[in-house]
Design a protein. Structure first.
Length: 234
């Protein structure tokens, strides 16, 4: 048995743009999946096309309430000789994603794990930012509380300055604009900030400026659009 880690789209884009043909063909063959969101998983399977009817494909839903016992049961219930797929809500499974729990259990059970190439917003944003790609840290979400958030941003900036390390974070799409304003008003003038919006989608937009430069231009349109924020202190 093999657990296949299969990336899904970062947005509404045809699979041929972001998923290699071999991965599409593999995904179409599998009849058992573990997914963070069953609806998203079905949309992905409909896009790549499946050899079995969708209603005949088993999808186990991985949630915050899923226990280690649940995950082990899903993996152990797969018939001998049958492989299983793991998909995320968006992008690569197990990277900033609860799928890592499934991968950990697969290793403990002696199940082979194969990662397939596909879009990772973290890697794509870093590649396109022009910031340091040798040393970087992904923080996930900053605090939603203003003072705590600003303290975190400054602490990460200080670490970035000392260790020449790129800082990467995300935000819930409806709070993107507030995060942008917090970054522009909190970080130093010389710190470089990259905004990577809607990666791999038709309205993809990526720009890196210093904080001083960002303050002189109109704020980017980030409202309810998946965005990544990266910065590096001078």
């Amino acid at each position: 048995m093999t657990l296949h880690l299969i990336p899904v789209s970062l947005g509404d884009v045809t699979s041929s743009v972001w998923l290699p043909q071999a991965a599409q063909e593999l995904a179409a063959q599998l009849t058992v999946y573990i997914a963070e969101n069953a609806k998203t998983a079905r949309a992905f399977l409909k896009e790549v096309g499946t050899q079995s009817a969708l209603q005949d494909i088993t999808i186990h839903t991985l949630s915050r309430d899923s226990s280690t016992e649940d995950i082990r049961r899903w993996l152990q219930s797969v018939p001998t000789g049958t492989d299983i797929g793991l998909v995320s809500e968006a992008g690569c499974p197990a990277v900033a994603d609860p799928g890592a729990l499934v991968v950990a259990q697969a290793h403990l059970l002696g199940i082979r794990v194969i990662p397939w190439t596909g879009p990772s917003s973290i890697m794509l944003g870093l590649m396109a930012s022009g910031l340091d790609g040798q040393r970087f840290a992904f923080h996930g979400y900053a605090s939603v509380k203003g003072e705590e958030r600003d303290t975190q941003l400054r602490a990460w900036e200080n670490y970035s300055h000392k260790h020449k390390q790129t800082q990467i974070l995300i935000e819930t799409p409806y709070r993107n604009e507030a995060m942008f304003q917090a970054l522009v008003h909190t970080l130093r003038d010389t710190t470089r900030l990259c905004i990577a919006r809607s990666l791999t989608c038709e309205d993809e937009w990526i720009k890196t400026l210093t904080i001083a430069q960002w303050r002189k231009v109109p704020a980017p349109d980030l409202a309810r659009k998946p965005s990544l924020f990266l910065y590096l202190a001078a």
